[in-house]
Design a protein around this ligand. Sequence first.
Ligand SMILES: [Zn+2]
Length: 421
Amino acid sequence: MIKKGWDNFFTEIAFIKKLIIQEGYMSFIYRRITSGLLILFFLFAFIKPNSVTASPGLVTITGTIKFQPRNWNSTSQNYLLSQDLAIQLYQYTGGVPILIDSTNTDSFGKYTFASKPIQNLTIFLKVWTQYPVNTLIPENSVMDTHTNIFNFPSDNTYLPNTGQYTKDFTITDQWPGYEALWIFQDLRNTWHYFYNTYYKNGNPYDSGIANVIWEPGVNGYMGINSSYTTPVYIFIADNSKNSMDVVVHEDAHKVMINANGYWYVDSNCFQHSIPRASDFKCAWAEGWADFLPLVVNNDQCYNFGKDKCQGTADQDYYNLELHSRMDNWNDFNWGESVEGRVAGALYDLYDSNNEGMDRIFRGITPIANYALKNPPIQTFQDFWNLWKANEPDTFLSGLTLYWNTIMYININQIYLPRVNK
Ligand SMILES: [Zn+2]
């Protein structure tokens, strides 16, 4: 080490001698000084100022996303939490914004962007009707007729300080197309309903992909002037966006298609309606889709408007718990070829309120087991055959169906005189 040091020293001396001989000693000294000043200049000009202004501090951004719901009330300001939305964090530049990070809101509408060196930047959020974020094929999304997913930018925020910054964002009717958030939340509610309440082979049930096309003012798509479902997409007509039950109805078809491919398209089914007889297959497919919104949206009415069980009965809504064999046939047809009867029977097998001759409370599990079975069943009679073979209390189940005008058992036995033992 020492030897090497001295070697270097002698090399340097030799180098200095050479320079003195070649260029003169003063010239050498002068050049050493000026190069030293240049180095100092660069140090001050670039390194030290750099450490003051161009090394931003770390900021964590967190917040809650809310939206203006269907039943908006300006007095109570009943904004709802936006679960599972895709959310992007952008740097505002005045020109093309720069994407910094992306995530999803959780089931409480909350999001967090991990700590980043973004102090002294101006940022904004962009919320998308898509889950999950950063995927080519979303599990759920709402897009317009040009298949552009709706997005909603927030206002800009300058971040002067390091640490945590809270940026909440409420999307109201000031954002065109904000109703896409209603439809998106209906899709997520349906997905979560199955995941949280129905287990298949011991696992939470994933009801699969459902992507909606909807656009303000558009009531028909691909030549069909109503809401409908295909194996590829769901179309929600703008004139039914107010009904969360219509959205879940269409999603129920998609859940069934995802589970077992059952998709009934027949001229008997084109003009179907809740109280009218169609055919057995149509009544089964539509009855399932009329039933599911009642349990996902947690009320016994199938509502065409924003409000639950409000307005004119059998016009603005159908109360499928109240309809029974007490109905006049002309007002509400009877039997297993009537979708409203299938839905009412499924609801009475499901629900805990046993009114009239409804004697069964079994929840979603056996119903979903048979409805979503693969290969699929095709009629309510098929459903009943599985139910009869696998569930207890066949007679009481049959009585529950009888209450809903569907007669699969010999009901007369209930009127036989009791035998006293
Ligand atoms: Zn339908």
